[in-house]
Design a protein around this ligand. Structure first.
Ligand SMILES: NC(=O)c1ccc[n+]([C@@H]2O[C@H](COP(=O)([O-])OP(=O)(O)OC[C@H]3O[C@@H](n4cnc5c(N)ncnc54)[C@H](OP(=O)(O)O)[C@@H]3O)[C@@H](O)[C@H]2O)c1
Length: 264
């Protein structure tokens, strides 16, 4: 199956990494369906790129079922990019709000499980009958370095991203023998318009401080370029896990601020 026959669903397409991924997939000739709740943004992205879109709240089973029906009726799907998600708060485990934890577990884990369950039959259909090595379907999930390394204040975000990392590992074992790749990209610090503002509940100063004086945090385009590389690898190659950070971020909690300079 050439790229011209491949159709990707990108969740969380209305901003940040998801929108950048839609743009780049379209530039590479993919058929793309963007999914999110905010229709005005999806509509503008569709007009700009030629992608189509489907409005869905992934926390609602009915919306996800409707997405699967829509895809079934409009050409299926070969590539699922689970990108929708987010963080709420930087509080300690002790002080963190239960509602924040519930939302993060819902959007970062349960929604991914729900979409995978609904779309797997269609992903299988996209590669059914293809001779071995000629085609592959993909389930790529955007986790986080927070899914691999704990940090103080990581709280429910760490817990949810560790969980979705486990989901990918389990799924890869369960799909053994099928022409379906289970891929994970775990970004470190990415400067997107909404992620930190949402995490700090609208406190723009706190959100901006995350990136203050960090030389070149990753951009949404950097992550999108890596996602597209992963799903465009030859069908026999699985980049199971890509951890991507800015050079200035040595660890999830160790970020250099100021210019990068060699030691004399
Ligand atoms: N930015 C970072 O530093 C960073 C680092 C590592 C990993 N990540 C991960 O990368 C992914 C994208 O992050 P981003 O920085 O691009 O964040 P973002 O700009 O806040 O985008 C989040 C996207 O998720 C969608 N979304 C949220 N809840 C949804 C729901 N219930 N149903 C459907 N869509 C929903 C939002 O669209 P609507 O509001 O329109 O629904 C939006 O398009 C997330 O999973 C995040 O955890 C980000």
């Amino acid at each position: 199956m050439g790229i011209q026959n491949r159709r990707a669903v990108v969740t969380g397409a209305s901003s940040g990494i998801g929108a950048a991924t839609v743009r780049l997939l379209r530039a590479h000739g993919w058929d793309v369906v963007g999914v999110a709740r905010r229709e005005d943004r999806l509509q503008a992205l569709a007009a700009e790129t030629g992608a189509t879109y489907f409005v869905a709240d992934l926390l609602k089973q009915g919306d996800v079922d409707a997405l699967a029906d829509h895809l079934r009726q409009t050409g299926g799907v070969s590539t699922l990019i689970n990108n929708a998600g987010g963080a709420a708060g930087m509080d300690s485990v002790e002080a963190g709000s239960v509602e924040d934890w519930q939302w993060m577990l819902e959007v970062n884990v349960i929604a991914v499980k729900r979409v995978v369950s609904a779309l797997l039959p269609l992903l299988r259909e996209s590669v059914a009958g293809a001779p071995t090595g000629t085609a592959v379907a993909d389930i790529l999930t955007v986790s986080s370095t927070a899914g691999h390394f704990a940090y103080a204040g990581g709280g429910g975000y760490n817990a949810s991203k560790f969980a979705v990392t486990s989901l990918s590992e389990v799924l890869r074992l369960e799909l053994s023998g099928e022409p379906i790749r289970v891929l994970e990209i775990a970004p470190g610090m990415v400067k997107t318009d909404e992620f930190s503002i949402n995490r700090f509940k609208g406190d723009a100063a706190a959100a901006e401080a995350v990136y203050a004086n960090v030389p070149d945090p990753l951009s949404a385009d950097d992550v999108a370029a890596t996602i597209v590389t992963m799903v465009e690898m030859a069908p026999h190659i699985s980049l199971d896990l890509v951890i991507i950070k800015p050079v200035a971020q040595s660890a999830v909690y160790k970020v250099h601020r100021g210019p990068l300079e060699v030691k004399q």
